[in-house]
Design a protein around this ligand. Structure first.
Ligand SMILES: NC(=O)c1ccc[n+]([C@@H]2O[C@H](COP(=O)([O-])OP(=O)(O)OC[C@H]3O[C@@H](n4cnc5c(N)ncnc54)[C@H](O)[C@@H]3O)[C@@H](O)[C@H]2O)c1
Length: 383
């Protein structure tokens, strides 16, 4: 058995996503399980934590027993042992980091969105492609148990022809104005100038979810809103919200599926999960959550009759059946990390590239244009 150690530069690792999803639940979890198995061999990712604030990075390294950390990204990039550069810093810093890493000849992996404009996202993809570097973007939702169960049903032909999809995403994010209800998301999320906004955040996800499940998105109609004009930041200071905090969108796909997605930080949840997506097909329907999935077949579809003068005699929830777990579902970010590591070391296929990431940015940008023009916008093909 051979073990291939591979240095992974982790930029933005002190942030929410960097620490929780990428360091702890992906890279350290992979190390703990003894690496990524490939035949008799194993890939062992060896992280080097990078950040601007030495005290913060050192504390993080100490907390998780990570040996290597630095505040000097150039030094980390100059070391050939570090073959992969990963970035989960704030969106607006991504471009400079990725450009440096491409110049250093690293394999590039990064969080979404890869940029805030399509031109910039596409330029990053082309830069990595021209340099012949392996590259990828986080598209974690594809490996959520709920979505995997949906894909399984689709492979089984459960739905017949898929007609429409209704996605409902969001929850109440506290504004921070009340003492014991601090905001549970970073303040930059609500400032456009810092790369924030519901559309740039979530439409990137909806793009790859829809492209992969229901056919390529070809057009969008979107209304954006900033329902809450002022919030309180991490230091207790009030700030003006300059980005959209809600989006009401329709997407059409090449397979003629109509997808309607509401995304909001200003809704209180009375549904099965923070994100649910109802898919209706001629033969059956599914309600897809993050981990669970419920189905209703044509044969067990109730026959409602409209009569608001009485309580409805049908319990509509009764007609849905939960899809059981049929395999082990690991953390979605970890699954994608393992695929990327195998791509880098063993050249296995990996189709979630920076170019695919640029399509997400494109959908976000065109959604904002649709809002401004109050009209449907057609998407050009970036493939
Ligand atoms: N895949 C997903 O589901 C998902 C979810 C949330 C966020 N994200 C993305 O992950 C990225 C990080 O989001 P987060 O919620 O962890 O944010 P965060 O604010 O918690 O972390 C941001 C990180 O960037 C660093 N940073 C800030 N300013 C910097 C600068 N000038 N130079 C270098 N680094 C700087 C911070 O130190 C921190 O490490 C964003 O691009 C966001 O869109 C993805």
């Amino acid at each position: 058995m051979a073990v291939k150690n591979i240095g992974v530069i982790m930029s933005g690792v002190t942030g929410r996503m960097g620490t929780n999803q990428h360091l702890v639940r992906s890279i350290l979890a992979i190390r703990e399980q003894g690496g990524v198995a490939h035949g008799d061999d194993r890939i062992m990712p060896d992280p080097i934590l990078v950040g601007r604030n030495a005290a913060k990075v050192e504390a993080l390294a100490k907390k998780y027993n990570v040996e290597r950390w630095t505040t000097n990204v150039d030094e980390a990039l100059a070391d050939d042992y570090n073959e992969i550069f990963f970035d989960s810093s704030g969106t607006t810093f991504r471009k400079d980091f990725v450009e440096k890493a491409v110049a250093a000849g690293k394999s590039i992996y990064c969080e979404k969105p890869t940029a805030v404009t399509t031109d910039e996202a596409l330029a990053l993809a082309e830069l990595a492609e021209k340099a012949g570097l392996k590259n990828g973007v986080v598209q974690d939702k594809l490996w959520l148990p709920g979505i995997r169960k949906f894909q399984m049903l689709k492979q089984q032909g459960f739905f017949g022809d898929i007609l429409s999809v209704r996605g409902e995403f969001g929850y109440w994010v506290f504004t921070g104005h009340v003492d014991d209800q601090p905001a549970q998301r970073p303040s930059w999320n609500y400032r456009k100038e810092d790369g924030g906004g519901m559309i740039i955040d979530m439409h990137c996800h909806w793009r790859y979810v829809i492209d992969n499940l229901f056919g390529n998105v070809n057009s969008v109609l979107c209304h954006a809103a900033t329902h809450i004009p002022e919030r309180v930041d991490e230091n207790g200071d009030k700030y003006k919200c300059t980005a959209d905090d809600s989006a009401y969108a329709l997407f059409k796909t090449d397979d003629n599926v109509i997808c309607q997605f509401n995304s909001s930080w200003n809704v209180r949840v009375r549904r099965d999960d923070l994100f649910v997506m109802q898919v209706d097909g001629t033969e059956g329907s599914a309600l897809v959550g993050l981990r669970k999935c419920w189905v209703q077949h044509h044969s067990s579809t109730p026959r409602p009759v409209w009569n608001p003068d009485i309580d409805n005699p049908i319990d509509f929830y009764d007609a849905w059946q939960e899809v059981p777990d049929s395999c082990e579902y690991e953390n979605a970010f970890k699954v994608q990390w393992e695929l990327f590591l195998k791509h880098v070391v063993y050249d296995e296929p990996f189709r979630w590239t920076l170019r695919e990431g640029a399509k997400g940015v494109q959908l976000a940008e065109e959604s904002l244009k649709s809002h401004d023009s109050k009209a449907w916008v057609e998407l050009t093909d970036l493939s």
